[in-house]
Design a protein around this ligand. Sequence first.
Ligand code: NAI
Length: 259
Amino acid sequence: MRLNDKVAVVTGSASGIGRAIADRFVAEGATIVVADFNAEGIERTVEEIRAAGGTATGQCFDVSDREAVHDATRQIVERHGRIDILVNNAGISRYRPFATMSSEDWDIVLAVDLKGVFFCAQAAAPYMVERGYGRMINISSALGTGATPHGTAGSPGGSSAYAAAKAAVIMLTKTLAREVGPANVTVNCVAPGTFLTPMSATTRTPEQVQEHLDHRKKTVVLNRIGSLDELVAPILFFASDDCSYVTGHTIHVDGGRFD
Ligand code: NAI
């Protein structure tokens, strides 16, 4: 039980990768706060975690709304007494060719994928700093460092806003790590490659999803698509007490992808 007695807030945990993180953290003894803006998804997730014998509460808020994030964080601390772990996982994608990318699409991606991380980290940090303990993990993407060619192999391409936000998350991780490090708060980042989640399905047709997975299998060094358990393993490390002397780093969990 690597997270015994820890209180962990996982944003975007009503679905996909966030849900997989929440399930694993619960199995490792953590109390989970399912933080998402999908109220129905929160209710279902909390019920399922409790039915499986875990401890979870829900918190419904939009990570891109600063006031809502700060209110929610206060409520979580009032309810659980502290936040030991924050995983900034909530994210969206809007794949559009750069030439026709609207200002609205650009803004919403940056607001959720970058500003959302900033708001949640800024709200939780003072509580962690005050206690002299904290683990933050930000979820970036393989697209934060590599540019997938537009429209090839089932990739919708046009990831400029998403890639810009995810690249910025890597630098935000480093700079924030510097600021909170002296208070024994570590900040690290995980950049996933291709994983099959509802997000992959909503940004592609079923044929594109299959084409994309086939392409990835052939192009990553390990020649297969990873499981969510494999993605969660380094996130668990960053969240645990084992990660007492590692901060500001990004681990790419992508099966070896160098494009
Ligand atoms: P998903 O779409 O399955 O789940 C995202 C969750 O975030 C949903 O529960 C959604 O309700 C929540 N969410 C979205 N906007 C929100 C907001 N403004 N406030 C609060 N909650 C919000 O997506 P998936 O695939 O699980 O992605 C999770 C993270 O992993 C994202 O940051 C994504 O960019 C990143 N990622 C995913 C990859 C993949 O292959 N699925 C690859 C690389 C990165």
